[in-house]
Design a protein around this ligand. Structure first.
Ligand code: PGA
Length: 248
């Protein structure tokens, strides 16, 4: 079955009013393919700005993180409901930088994912192994554990996109080979088939993330289980448009 090509841009903690405006305006000016879903995740303080500036129908705005509650005494946290109120429609959950730096557990990430979905956001759920785990040949076990935490409490995966991002490939310039990515994506889909059912697993878009750029994106073109990309560094640059167009 044909899954729609999907490109996410994760700006991480980068940018200013001026630079976020520039990126959105350059996307507005680009001739983007109508059959590619694009989601950009600016830092939370710039979500409104990105929503207001965006004129592309195929581009949606995402948060990078949300909390497990709608509102209350949770200083510094980001509410899914407030993100929706600003006009964003997506959030990331489980990015490896939050798993490692902020020490978010699989269970906490699963709770966030569940709550965000219940409020009406779609979710890009990030998973992936560290270099040590890859060397120990436990990549699929790690991905399975991270996915299982979510599938235990979420049964409808129609609003979830999975981003497989090996930690060793993020921001290093060392992307996984298209063959390695395909093999892992296939394993992820087979695992999902066992846990959420073959029908849902077939529909879930699985993105590859980690040092994707305007040049290497086309190399993944014929990989049947690579349904798109989650892009960090290159999403801040003009080459992001080349990545969006890499399947043309
Ligand atoms: P990168 O980051 O493209 O800069 O490697 C990817 C990500 O962390 O989503």
């Amino acid at each position: 079955m044909a899954r729609q090509f999907f490109v996410g841009g994760n700006f991480k903690m980068n940018g200013t009013k001026e630079s976020v405006t520039k990126i959105v305006e350059s996307l507005n000016a680009a001739d983007l393919p109508a059959n590619v879903s694009v989601v950009i995740a600016p830092p939370a303080p710039y979500i409104s700005l990105a929503v207001e500036k965006n004129t592309q129908k195929t581009v949606e705005i995402s948060a990078q993180n949300v909390y497990t509650k709608a509102s209350g005494a949770y200083t510094g946290e980001i509410s899914a409901n407030q993100v929706l109120d600003l006009g964003a429609t997506w959030t990331l959950t489980g990015h490896s930088e939050r798993r490692t730096l902020i020490k978010e557990s699989d269970e906490f990430i699963a709770e966030k994912t569940k709550f965000a979905l219940e409020q009406g956001l779609s979710v890009i759920l990030c998973i992936g192994e560290t270099l040590e785990e890859r060397k120990a040949d436990v990549t699929l076990q790690i991905c399975a554990r991270q996915l299982d935490a979510v599938s235990k409490i979420v049964s409808d995966w129609s609003k979830i996109v999975v981003a497989y991002e090996p930690v060793w490939a993020i921001g290093t310039g060392l992307a996984a080979t298209p063959e390695d990515a395909q093999e892992t994506h296939k394993g992820i889909r087979e695992h999902l088939a066992k846990t959420i059912g073959a029908e849902q697993a077939e529909k879930v878009q699985i993105l590859y993330g980690g040092s994707v750029n305007g040049k290497n994106a086309v190399e993944f073109k014929d990989k049947v289980d690579v349904d798109g990309f989650l892009v960090g560094g290159a999403s801040l640059k003009p080459e992001f448009v080349d990545i969006i167009k890499s399947r043309l």
